[in-house]
Design a protein around this ligand. Structure first.
Ligand code: DQA
Length: 150
């Protein structure tokens, strides 16, 4: 048995702190802050606790995933952003902790430049939601909640 309240780790990768200002035609007008508020609301309604990290540093993300099991997280919701396409280290960290991870993207990465068509994370994630703007996060969180609510 874990703690009383189930915990989910939310990770936003590089440049996502600029949401709402950054390439609005691709990523939308919603700020990361308001996405986080909505995530916290969904979590509260479901009775789970979120810890939210935004980082532009690969190693910091690897560290957070690496200790997520010891920190008693039961699932990870992650938008690895540009590291999706490059980071063997984040992929290996997810594989190492064997906590279910849900990968999300605001944009449909398969409909964009070819270098975005490959996700190094997808093979170690339980599933991926991409292309629905901020709703990718909300549905991704609901998927993560469902995974740990059995
Ligand atoms: C992204 C897609 C990535 O290709 C890109 O590097 C990002 C954001 C998305 O949410 O659509 O920074 O992960």
């Amino acid at each position: 048995m874990g703690g009383l309240v189930k915990k989910i780790l939310v990770i936003h990768g590089p440049n996502l702190h600029l949401l709402g200002e950054r390439e609005k035609n691709i990523y939308g007008e919603t700020s990361l802050d308001s996405i986080n508020k909505q995530l916290l609301k969904i979590a509260k309604d479901a009775g789970v606790t979120l810890t939210i990290l935004q980082s532009n540093h690969e190693g910091e993300i690897v560290d957070a995933i690496g200790k997520s099991k010891a920190d008693k997280f039961e699932a990870i919701l992650i938008n690895p952003a540009a590291y999706t396409h490059t980071s063997v280290a984040i992929r290996d960290a997810i594989a190492a902790v064997s906590i279910p991870a849900v990968e999300v993207h605001l944009s449909n990465i398969y409909a964009r430049e070819e270098f975005r068509h490959t996700s190094l994370i997808a093979p170690v994630a339980r599933g991926q939601i991409a292309g629905f703007g901020e709703h990718s996060y909300y549905w991704g969180l609901q998927a993560a909640i469902r995974l740990i609510s059995k």
